[in-house]
Design a binder for this molecule. Structure first.
Ligand code: NAP
Length: 397
């Protein structure tokens, strides 16, 4: 029996993970779950899976949860310390890291330092502090299994091959809901339009990241740290059908790809059951019905967030953590209707331009870069400075 912790069980990935686990109760036992604020669905999950521990980062939500009859004899913890207690539980064998954003860094790193294998969906900690996470994983003998569909595809396409034979990795990208839009079209895009992803059902933050292509930028940085591949050998290709989830090209010109329907249960199940491919009750990918598979080059003039992510990766040190935090603040500003869609890139670029990069060697280095960038980006969101950066960019273009 493999004992599983899910950090972020009420989210899109968390719910899909529980669906997979529910089908294999003879192989997996859920020992801890965490959430932030949604105590009602969380209580239902606790009633259904009976974990030993449940933790909520929000203290008020945790207090409400304690009074719900569904919790039974599950021990309830709260705050960031509560998340860490869940992530480092003695009996845990594998921690599914599925919190959204930088908030996942502390519990995910704690899981690694406690020697727990990690199934990583929460890409932002890897973007912020990839070197540190990998150093700690090596020091504690931990395997980090990718859950992001692209990284799972790369991981699968590397099985049985030698790392030194890899020429480049190719991350596929649906292009998001604004793939064919001009900059002028994008200027007026609403929250509802940006949240309407053509292929994937996901949480709101990653859906906006998919519309700006920042999600692909974050994935480039994540791939760099997960697979130890230099930025110059990581390419992005637009593939609107989301059937090929990513590819690895080898020195002899062979390209190995992983394909399937776009459903996160597939990479989640592989991370849980590696090296086995456990059966899943999902529609099959019928290539005869899919129609032509097509490919396009990404356009970083229309989608500058992708170029900003490469810039952050090449700069190194604290810059990726700054990119990530500025993006989180900007996306929230857009979701709150405070800034426009195109202002997201302005907040990120303006914050990166203002940052004096330093080395990132410790968790505190990552957290302090994150705090600085949130502060700077927050001021840009509130005083309208993002629009100036975006307009300056338009003047240059
Ligand atoms: N969704 C996908 O298909 C997909 C695919 C690939 C990678 N990912 C990555 O997986 C991660 C999760 O994405 P998602 O779409 O599942 O997000 P989501 O639906 O927004 O869920 C986020 C989860 O994190 C919890 N959470 C939010 N803020 C928190 C905080 N400050 N402290 C602790 N917990 C917090 C939420 O709890 P409450 O519900 O209580 O707020 C929820 O359980 C992201 O990093 C994303 O990039 C997602």
């Amino acid at each position: 029996m493999k004992h599983i912790v899910i950090l972020g069980s009420t989210g899109s990935i968390g719910v899909s993970a529980l669906e997979v686990l529910a089908g294999y109760s003879d192989r997996f036992k859920v020992c801890a779950l965490t959430a932030a604020t949604k105590d009602e669905p969380f209580a239902e999950q606790i009633a259904a899976f009976r974990p030993n521990v449940a933790a909520m980062s929000d203290e008020n939500a945790a207090s409400r949860l304690k009074n719900r009859p569904q919790v039974g004899d599950t021990t309830i913890y709260s705050g960031v310390e509560g998340l860490v207690q869940a992530a480092t539980l003695d009996q845990a064998d594998l921690v599914i890291s599925a919190i959204v954003g930088a908030a996942g860094l502390v519990p995910t790193l704690a899981a690694i330092q406690a020697g727990k294998n990690v199934a990583l969906a929460n890409k932002e900690p890897m973007v912020m502090a990839g070197q540190l996470m990998q150093q700690e994983a090596r020091a504690h003998g931990v395997t980090i299994f990718p859950v992001d569909s692209e990284h799972s595809a790369l991981f699968q396409s590397m099985q049985g091959h030698r790392k030194e034979d890899i020429r480049r990795i190719i991350l596929t990208c649906s292009g998001g809901p604004f793939r064919t839009c001009t900059r002028e079209d994008m200027r007026h895009k609403t929250k509802a339009e940006a949240l309407n992803h053509p292929n994937w059902e996901m949480g709101s933050k990653i859906t906006i990241d998919s519309a700006t292509l920042m999600n692909k930028g974050l994935e480039v940085i994540e791939a760099h740290w997960l697979f130890d591949i230099p930025a110059s050998n990581i390419e992005v290709i637009i593939h609107p059908q989301s059937i090929i989830h990513s590819m690895v090209e080898y020195n002899d010109g062979s390209i190995i790809a992983q394909m399937g329907i776009p459903d996160m249960k597939i990479p989640i199940a592989y991370a849980l059951s590696y090296p086995e491919h456990i059966p899943l009750d999902l529609p099959r990918c019928d290539l005869l019905k899919e129609g032509p598979l097509s490919f396009e080059a990404p356009d970083t003039e229309r989608f500058p967030c992708l170029a900003l992510a490469y810039r952050a990766l090449q700069a190194g040190g604290t810059m990726p953590a700054v990119l990530n935090a500025a993006n989180e603040v900007a996306v929230q500003g857009f979701l709150d209707d405070t800034i426009s869609f195109l202002d997201i890139e302005g907040v990120i670029e303006g914050t990166m331009d203002a940052h004096l990069k330093t080395n990132l060697d410790t968790l505190e280095d990552a957290l302090s870069a994150d705090r600085w960038a949130r502060d700077h980006a927050g001021n840009m969101v509130n005083d309208g400075a993002a629009a100036e950066v975006t307009m300056r960019r338009a003047g240059h273009a």
